[in-house]
Design a protein around this ligand. Structure first.
Ligand SMILES: Cc1cc2nc3c(=O)[nH]c(=O)nc-3n(C[C@H](O)[C@H](O)[C@H](O)COP(=O)(O)O)c2cc1C
Length: 268
C-alpha cells in the first residue's frame, strides 16, 4: 500500500475530536448517500448478514423530540443530521421467513452480533463524515432511552437502537482529548495486572487533565463537586454528576426489558 496514504490516515485519525457545537449548514443528500454507501461497502459484517438499520433524522421537530430523549444535549438540535444505528435482526428474520428457512438470531448472541455490526458500521460512517471535514459526536444516551427512542422511530421486533451520532459543520475547535499510555491497553500474550503503583502512574496524567477539565467547566459544577465531597476524577465518574451507579443500573434494566419486549430471548 502507498506509504503516503498510511501517513495521511494516521494524521487523519490524530485530528479526531468529538464536536458538540454545530453550524446549521445542511449536508447534501449526495454526500450522505456516498458516505453511507462507502461505509457499508467498507465495513466487515458477521456472516455478511449486515445486521444493522440506520434511521436518519433531519426534520427539526423530530430532532427536537429526540433531543429530549437524549437528555437535552443541545448539539442534537444544532446539527442538521442525527443517525440512529440499530442492531437489526428483524430484516434478516423476515428474509428467512419469506424463503421458508428456520427462524434464528432472535436470541442474545443474535443481538450481540448485530450490535457489533451496527457499531462497526457507525465508526466507518463517523470516519466517512469526518473525512469530508464534518464533525460528529456519539450519543450514549441512545441506550439510556432505548425504549422511548425505539417507540419514536417505530422499530419493529428484534430491531434495537444501539448508538447514534450527530453530524454537521463544526462550530468549535475543541482541544484533543487524551488517552492513557499505550501500555495501559496492550498486553503481550497474557493479561498482565499492573501493581497499584503502576496503575496510578498510568492514570496520573489522565487524573490531572480530566480533573482540570471538569473543574474548568464553571462555577456550578465546581460547587456541586465540593458539595458532594468529590476530591478526584475517579470519584467524579461515579458521582451523581456523571455515571451514578443507581442510574446505570436502572438503564441496564431498561435495556434488558426492551430486549425481552422486542422478542430477543436473552436467557435461553
Ligand atoms: C458509544 C459512545 C457514546 C458517547 N456518548 C456521548 C454523549 O452522549 N455525549 C457526549 O457529549 N459525548 C459522547 N461520547 C463522546 C465521548 O465523550 C468522546 O468520544 C470521548 O470523551 C473522547 O473524546 P474524543 O472523541 O474527542 O477523542 C460518546 C462516545 C462513544 C464512543
Amino acid at each position: 500500500m502507498d506509504n503516503s496514504f498510511a501517513h495521511e490516515f494516521s494524521r487523519f485519525l490524530g485530528s479526531h475530536r468529538s464536536i458538540r457545537k454545530y453550524k446549521s449548514d445542511p449536508i447534501s443528500q449526495e454526500l450522505i448517500d456516498q458516505v453511507l454507501q462507502d461505509a457499508i461497502a467498507g465495513s466487515s459484517s458477521s456472516g455478511n448478514l449486515n445486521g444493522y438499520a440506520l434511521i436518519l433524522t433531519r426534520d427539526k421537530a423530530r430532532k427536537a423530540e429526540l433531543c429530549r430523549m437524549h437528555f437535552d444535549q443541545p448539539m442534537i438540535e444544532q446539527a442538521p443530521l442525527l443517525v440512529t444505528f440499530c442492531a437489526d435482526v428483524y430484516r434478516t428474520r423476515r428474509w428467512l421467513r419469506l424463503r421458508g428457512a428456520r427462524d434464528n438470531f432472535n436470541n442474545f448472541e443474535g443481538f450481540l452480533v448485530a450490535a457489533f455490526d451496527a457499531i462497526i458500521l457507525a465508526q466507518s460512517v463517523a470516519l466517512g463524515f469526518e473525512s469530508h471535514g464534518l464533525g460528529i459526536c456519539y450519543l450514549g444516551t441512545t441506550l439510556d432511552s432505548c425504549d422511548r427512542i425505539s417507540k419514536f422511530l417505530e422499530l419493529p421486533e428484534t430491531c434495537f437502537p444501539v448508538t447514534s451520532i450527530v453530524v454537521g459543520v463544526p462550530d468549535e475547535t475543541p482541544v484533543k482529548r487524551d488517552r492513557l499510555p499505550l501500555a495501559a491497553y496492550i498486553h503481550n500474550e497474557k493479561y498482565k495486572q499492573a501493581t497499584d503503583e503502576e496503575f496510578l502512574r498510568i492514570y496520573a496524567d489522565r487524573e490531572i487533565k480530566g480533573w482540570e477539565r471538569y473543574r474548568s467547566l464553571g462555577g456550578e459544577i465546581a460547587q456541586e463537586m465540593e458539595r458532594l465531597g468529590i476530591t478526584n476524577l475517579a470519584q467524579y465518574y461515579t458521582s451523581e454528576l456523571k455515571y451514578p451507579p443507581e442510574e446505570v443500573l436502572a438503564s441496564s434494566r431498561r435495556i434488558r426489558d426492551l430486549l425481552v419486549a422486542k422478542c430477543f430471548d436473552v436467557c435461553g
